[in-house]
Design a protein. Structure first.
Length: 118
């Protein structure tokens, strides 16, 4: 009988990212953002809102920063309405983008929240 093959750290991170839900990702991000001084807005029931607006608006009053982020599960697709909002916000000079579990686990999210290179 052969011993089970152990996962590399990269393989483990990919496995965890694939299993993380958008709700779990959001909870982790909101906790980190608030502890780093960000104000956070999320529309809890968007059924009556314009489609495609990003999931989170994060404002850091002391640093004068605003982030617009769409959250997606690792395999989640950005819908055309969401892409349109992200592109329009970016063209208007806003910092807009998508965060996925791999961004959280790979520390990109933390780097962007803290303003450090990832």
């Amino acid at each position: 009988m052969t011993a089970p093959r152990s996962l590399t750290p990269l393989q483990h991170r990919a496995l965890v990212a694939d299993q993380m839900t958008e709700a779990a990702l959001q909870a982790q991000i909101l906790t980190a953002a608030r502890s780093a001084g960000w104000l956070a807005y999320h529309t809890h029931d968007s059924r009556r809102s314009q489609p495609g607006f990003p999931d989170l608006v994060l404002v850091h009053p002391r640093r004068g920063l605003v982030l617009f982020r769409e959250l997606k599960a690792e395999s989640g697709r950005v819908r055309p309405e969401q892409r349109q909002w992200l592109e329009a916000l970016t063209v208007a000079g806003a910092d807009a983008g998508v965060w996925r579990p791999s961004d959280w686990l790979g520390e990109r999210v933390i780097a962007e929240l803290l303003g450090t290179p990832s």
